[in-house]
Design a protein around this ligand. Structure first.
Ligand code: DAS
Length: 329
């Protein structure tokens, strides 16, 4: 078997970050360019042919719709290129789950697309980036990865885009978790074990990526939240709102009343949970309030999904709810 040909799309993050000293806590993400990174990687001797392309070099807190659009276009072109077997995207860990989920919903899944990052900068003691990178290349070069949508590789585990979330701000082993499913495979630089068969019923993209994403803020609920906050968060351009509710998507009664009034006027309102592993199912009042339940999607993923649904013409709460019940239908 010839070595797989993997396109590396670099966007920055800690995996390309530098502190300047192994004993400094602070560091600058997105410092190493892809050519230098691949020169560093060459020493490992991975069984793959790598081609690098720099898309951005930012901390992923600065990830933006413009970078997403460029990434999306580059990956779509790589899908059409017979000389490419798989794609790895190097990315900061802070918003990797959002980029992965957005690409997952808007790209076909006939070639592996794998996001990878690091929890420690490249000059730190115990830099995890090289191992994660080697793991990601192994996954991207495996034909069995196709049909599983976009994947995220961190800490010797492979996660599906729809499940993955960053759950720790420190530590290289357990910083990411999958919910409601855990990881979908175990990976090391020398082995890869999938836990099940590919799950996408076909390889088609599920939603078109719009030129402009509709405005959808997230309302973070806390004890004592007042309905005036809804006014401060929404404006004439706002098309929807995601509630990061307490518990199972709950909110103070006056806030609920305010949102129900806005939903009656056509604002899409999605109830998610601020709890890390929050599952929000429909409750009886959702029907009359015209609310949508986010199911297992956390607020930041619920926001992206709602933006895509709105941009692709879904307006009615029942149609939006169907999109949340199964975004891959
Ligand atoms: N610097 C942050 C980011 O780019 C953290 C990281 O990459 O781990 O998301």
């Amino acid at each position: 078997m010839p070595d797989p040909r993997i396109l590396i799309l670099a966007t920055g993050g800690t995996i390309a970050g530098v502190a300047g000293s192994a004993t400094r806590h602070d560091y600058r993400p997105g410092q190493i360019g892809i050519d230098d990174y691949l020169a560093k990687v060459e020493a490992i001797g991975l069984p793959a042919t790598l081609e690098g392309r720099q898309i951005a070099n930012v901390g992923s807190e600065d990830m933006s719709p413009a970078i997403w659009a460029r990434l999306h276009a580059e990956i779509a072109a790589a899908f059409a290129d017979d000389a490419c077997d798989g794609i790895v995207v190097t990315h900061g860990t802070d918003t990797a789950e959002e980029t992965a989920f957005l690409l997952d919903l808007t790209l076909p899944s006939d070639k592996p697309v794998v996001l990878v990052g690091a929890m420690r900068p490249a000059d730190a003691v115990g830099y995890d980036g090289l191992r994660n990178f080697a793991n990601a290349v192994r996954v991207a070069g495996d034909r069995r990865a196709a049909g599983r949508g976009v994947l995220v590789v961190m800490g010797d585990r492979v996660f599906a885009a729809r499940d993955v979330r960053k759950v720790r701000t420190r530590g290289s082993e357990d910083a990411f978790r999958g919910f409601p499913r855990g990881s979908v495979a175990l990976v090391t630089p020398s082995a890869l074990e999938w836990f099940g068969a590919p799950w996408r019923s076909d390889n088609c993209a599920r939603h078109a990526l719009p030129a402009e994403m509709p405005e959808v803020p997230i309302l973070y609920v806390h004890a004592g939240l007042e309905p005036g906050m809804v006014d401060r968060l929404t404006g004439p351009r706002t098309r929807g709102i995601v509630v990061a509710g307490v518990g199972e998507g709950n909110m103070p009664e006056p806030v609920r009343g305010k949102l129900a009034a806005l939903a009656a006027q056509g604002l899409a309102v999605v109830r998610a949970s601020r709890v890390d592993e929050g599952l929000v199912d429909r409750e009886p009042d959702d029907e009359s309030n015209r609310f949508v339940a986010a199911r297992a999607f956390n607020p930041q993923k619920a926001r992206l999904l709602l933006q895509l649904l709105l941009a692709n013409g879904r307006r009615d709460p029942a149609a939006i709810q169907a999109g949340f019940d199964d975004p891959y239908a």
